[in-house]
Design a protein around this ligand. Structure first.
Ligand SMILES: Nc1ncnc2c1ncn2[C@@H]1O[C@H](COP(=O)(O)OP(=O)(O)OP(=O)(O)O)[C@@H](O)[C@H]1O
Ligand SMILES: [Mg+2]
Length: 261
């Protein structure tokens, strides 16, 4: 058994019954600046404000701590923001065992719905991130620039390699992969992106259009007007994103070719 499978196998996975009230999402791409932190902020605040009985945990795996620094002021008994050194190795790579343990601990024995949202740094390598297999969905934001599309294609291939290694080692469902087009200018641009990613065995979500409002998303303003404006202006997108996370079970497994949600 490979080291990768051993980590996952040793820690084990709580049975589906225990997990059914917990959904775990990660925003990941090897490419920087594609909107991972912005979308993690929108999704975690979106769920916390739309699902009054749910517990939400935002876990920041990025040393830059963009999302945790800006979101910790919203923490309360239902909204937890974590940036924990125990989730990293000294090398800066994710500590797979500790992250998987954390997911399983949080996921087990819940009565109210629970959502874990990971923000991850640029440079994420699926080959060193077996904890990805314990997430329910990997959201892969990308812009439509050539550089981002190439990096995203490469990242999706690395994810497939991770899934294939895992499948040959032991029975375990692969997480869903949902590409999130971001910083989109026009419908034509979005169509171009879909064409470029057509062969990818993944879902593709609604486009998030470019808006200057996002530039102020992480700022702590006295009355949080920037965050309120952002959430209001993107209400239908957040509605779609939160509903997608809540309804993941309807999507399994990943499609053989790109499939528009
Ligand atoms: N739809 C959008 N319209 C305009 N600006 C955006 C949009 N989405 C993100 N941005 C801006 O793009 C920049 C990068 O976004 P963000 O920090 O979320 O990316 P990231 O993938 O987390 O980057 P990193 O890899 O450095 O962590 C930020 O300045 C953010 O405000
Ligand atoms: Mg970031």
């Amino acid at each position: 058994m490979t080291e990768l499978a051993q980590t996952a196998h040793t820690v084990g996975r709580a049975n589906e019954d225990k997990r059914k009230n917990c959904n775990t999402a990660i925003f990941a791409n090897a490419k920087g600046g594609v909107g991972k932190s912005t979308l993690a902020l929108m999704l975690s605040l979106g769920i916390a404000t739309r699902h009054p009985t749910a517990d939400v945990e935002l876990i920041d795996l990025d040393n830059q701590a963009t999302s945790s620094e800006s979101l910790k002021r919203f923490s309360n008994h239902r909204f937890r923001v974590m940036n924990d050194d125990n989730l990293f190795l000294a090398s800066g790579s994710p500590n797979n065992g500790n992250i998987i343990n954390h997911i399983e601990t949080v996921a087990t024995g819940r009565t109210n719905p629970k959502y874990i949202v990971f923000d991850s740094p640029a440079g994420n390598e699926p080959g060193r991130s077996s904890f990805l297999l314990h997430c329910d969905v990997i959201f892969v934001p990308t812009s439509v620039s050539d550089a981002d599309i190439f990096a995203t294609q490469k990242y999706l291939t690395s994810l497939q390699q991770l899934f294939l290694r895992q499948r040959s080692d032991y029975q375990h469902k692969a997480p869903l992969v949902i590409i999130l087009p971001n910083l989109v200018d026009s419908r034509a641009e979005f169509n171009e992106l879909r064409k470029a990613l057509d062969e990818c065995p993944a879902y593709i979500g609604e486009p998030l259009y470019y808006s200057p409002l996002f530039r102020r998303a992480f700022r702590a303003e006295d009355d949080d007007k920037n965050v309120r404006d952002l959430l209001c202006a993107n209400d239908s997108y957040i509605q779609w994103l939160t509903a997608t996370l809540a309804g993941l079970d309807d999507l399994k497994p990943n499609p053989p070719k790109l499939f528009q949600l």
